[in-house]
Ligand binder design. Structure first.
Ligand code: GLN
Length: 314
């Protein structure tokens, strides 16, 4: 497995998690979603999956958490498969914002008005509008089933507590969606689109699920277990590019410098990372930094990427 044999990697991963564990007490959980605020902040765990489908885990990998913004990668890929890049990138841009993930500021100043990229909340809400399906329920089920197939886990489903918590407190997302309806051609019913978004964010996963999905992205869109193609290789490349430029929002530059591996964070403290041609990595560390990315998770990813020479810029 990746420069190291299985047992050595297992031992290394354990020691990297132990080394980074003190940072897990420094972050804050995402209290603006009350159900996420109740999760202990000092959890830390990681799983890696290589392209031969071998998995190594260490730390608190029994802890399940919700995908949150990590889901934005998969709804984007589905929208690209359903509508093609011309339509998708007519509705959302391709540029990093330098702003927090839930910012509304640039929506008013961009002409024509459209979210700057699909990884910020406004962009991801627009993408939910573009995912194919006759009803909102069908659109969501297609996203969920896609995540199930990529992770080879048919049991993935919505965490009802987190979903209710997001839906009842998601005032900022509601504001973004209504603004998009008014200015940026959001076509569907606003509350129905928001429901798809809240549900995709509330899909419950494990580090292992993230590592599997990261490995598919690292494998040009093919399942490592069977080689079966799951994603058009160009859309896979597109997703990886967005992970590098926008995956950690206004912390993406720092991640590129310090880690150098495509990665997407969520406010649950999850990180999905994908080292092309090498491996997928799934991390959980619910304590967040000021930009809403897992604080200890980022340190751990830097440690893994550094020691295994994963940086795409190296
Ligand atoms: N559900 C979260 C929100 O809309 C997702 C944000 C995130 O993970 N960064 O605020």
């Amino acid at each position: 497995m990746i420069n190291l044999d299985y047992d050595t990697l297992q031992a290394e991963l354990r020691s990297w998690v132990d080394e980074c564990r003190p940072y897990s007490r420094e972050g804050e959980t995402a209290g603006y979603i009350p159900a996420l605020g109740r999760v202990p902040g000092d959890i830390l765990g990681a799983a890696v999956c290589d392209l031969k489908d071998r998995v190594v885990e260490a730390g608190d990998t029994g802890h399940k958490f919700t995908l949150q913004s990590i889901s934005k990668i998969f709804s984007l890929i589905l929208a690209l498969e359903d509508c093609g890049p011309e339509i998708v990138f007519g509705r959302v841009g391709m540029e990093p914002t330098g702003d927090p993930f839930n910012s509304i500021a640039k929506l008013e100043f961009t002409r024509p008005s459209r979210p700057l990229n699909p990884m910020i909340n406004a962009g991801a809400i627009m993408i939910c509008d573009l995912v194919g399906g006759g009803t909102a329920g069908e659109k969501f089920r297609r996203i969920r089933d896609f995540v199930r197939r990529l992770s080879s886990n048919p049991h993935i489903d919505v965490d009802p507590e987190v979903y209710e918590s997001e839906k009842s407190t998601g005032h900022r997302n509601r504001a973004l969606a209504y603004f998009l309806k008014d200015t940026a051609g959001l076509k569907g019913d606003v509350e129905e689109i928001l429901d798809i978004y809240f549900k995709q964010c509330s899909l419950q996963v494990s580090c292992r699920d993230l590592a599997y999905m990261g490995a598919v992205l690292a494998n040009e869109g093919r399942l490592p277990s069977s080689g079966e193609p799951m994603i058009n290789p160009f859309y896979c490349q597109t997703a990886l590019a967005f992970m590098v430029t926008c995956g950690f929002y206004n912390g993406s530059g720092q991640l590129a410098v310090e880690v150098g591996v495509p990665a997407k964070s969520g406010v649950s403290g999850g990180i999905l990372s994908s080292a092309p041609g090498r491996m997928g990595i799934g991390i959980i560390g619910p304590g967040l930094d000021l930009k809403g990315n897992s604080l200890a998770g980022r340190m751990l990813l830097a440690r893994i990427a550094g020691d295994l020479n994963l940086s795409i810029f190296a």
